[in-house]
Design a protein around this ligand. Structure first.
Ligand SMILES: N[C@@H](CCC(=O)N[C@@H](CS)C(=O)NCC(=O)O)C(=O)O
Length: 219
């Protein structure tokens, strides 16, 4: 299967799609992305989409005949299936810690930072398309708490789970990159200099330069 085409179903602006793209870039896997599949466009929540992802989410990985959903699962599969730098530690406890952070990022951090905060800016639901600042203000304290938690977690290490770039980094950097780009970015990151520095370093990696692009490149 190594030579089969890798396609990531979903738009380039999605944080989770970007996480899979980052894993591909880190491992040197050639891939395509977007909603176009075998010449037709897959509409969100359509019969065709639900056949690939019964919960109606993106991304979905298509690798030859194989189909897979859930971002961390997709990244673990790519790591195991392809050559290139490994994105998980070998030691069983260290590996479990990466899995633990992947779950925490995909569940709790995604909910607080992406769903309840970033999406308020990306898809404003207020009057005349305005950002609902009451929702932003209500969500912000927990966003700050989580950033503080990540600041403690990274400590002096280069990556979220220590010395090695892992799937946990691929999951969290698209979220932090968007956060840092907001007008509130400085206020959020100033109290967390290690995380601020981490975002800058992840943006400058080869994978970051390719994937963490502004939305103009969206497909
Ligand atoms: N647990 C899923 C979450 C996927 C997810 O929430 N994807 C978002 C885009 S970043 C989505 O599909 N949103 C559209 C929707 O919920 O209708 C994963 O890890 O892949």
């Amino acid at each position: 299967m190594m030579n089969a085409q890798v396609h990531i179903l979903g738009p380039q602006f999605s944080t989770f799609v970007r996480s899979v793209m980052l894993c591909c870039e880190e491992k040197g896997i050639t891939y395509s992305y977007g909603f176009s599949l075998e010449g037709s466009t897959i509409e969100m929540k359509s019969k065709e989409h639900l056949a690939l992802h019964p919960f109606g989410k993106i991304p979905v990985l298509l690798h030859g005949e194989r189909k897979l959903y859930e971002t961390a699962t997709i990244c673990r599969y790519l790591d195991a299936e392809f050559d290139g730098p490994v994105l998980q530690p070998e030691d069983s406890y260290d590996r479990a810690l990466v899995d633990q952070w992947c779950a925490a990022i995909s569940l709790y951090i995604d909910q607080a930072i992406v769903r309840e905060y970033l999406l308020e800016f990306a898809f404003p639901k207020g009057e005349n398309g305005s950002v609902r600042m009451d929702k932003v203000s209500a969500a912000q304290p927990y966003v700050k708490e989580l950033l503080q938690m990540l600041e403690v977690k990274i400590g002096g290490a280069p990556f979220i789970c220590g010395e090695q770039y892992s799937i946990a980094d691929a999951l969290v950097t698209p979220m932090l990159d968007y956060l840092a780009n907001l007008p509130q970015g400085d206020e959020l990151l100033e109290p967390n200099p290690l995380i601020a520095d981490y975002v800058e370093r992840m943006r400058k990696r080869e994978s970051g330069l390719k994937v963490l692009r502004p939305l103009a490149g969206k497909k």
